[in-house]
Ligand binder design. Structure first.
Ligand code: FES
Length: 114
């Protein structure tokens, strides 16, 4: 890319490591974002995060070896009134509880098996 665009490699690395949207490691088929901002935290975000880790086996900032799930925490998704909030593959789940979290993630896992 550096050669093709005639841009120094250092500049490309700067951009790819600065923006969270870019990743230098492969991501899972399903991306899970759990908000741990203040509003979500006081409404039980840690329980949601624990359930995500329990169901997927993936800790925040990691991807499982089979590339099924990538899990990230975010500071705020801009919909604090819906907290705790989780986003799975771009779909927002507000006021989520542990049982719903597990169901959403298991449905993801099942949909890729079909
Ligand atoms: S703190 Fe979670 S959406 Fe704002």
């Amino acid at each position: 890319m550096s050669e093709k665009l005639a841009v120094p490699m250092s500049r490309i690395q700067h951009i790819t490591t600065f923006y969270k949207t870019f990743s230098l490691t492969p991501k899972g088929r399903h991306e899970v974002h759990v908000c741990v901002g203040t509003a979500c935290h006081v409404r039980g975000a840690q329980n949601i995060l624990d359930t995500v880790e329990e169901v997927t086996g993936v800790k925040p900032g990691e991807t499982d070896p089979d590339l099924n799930f990538s899990v990230e925490t975010v500071s705020c998704l801009g919909c604090c009134a819906l907290g705790p909030v989780m986003v799975v593959d771009g779909e927002y789940h507000g006021n989520v509880e542990q049982a719903e979290t597990a169901k959403v993630l298991k449905d993801c896992a099942c949909s890729q098996e079909q």
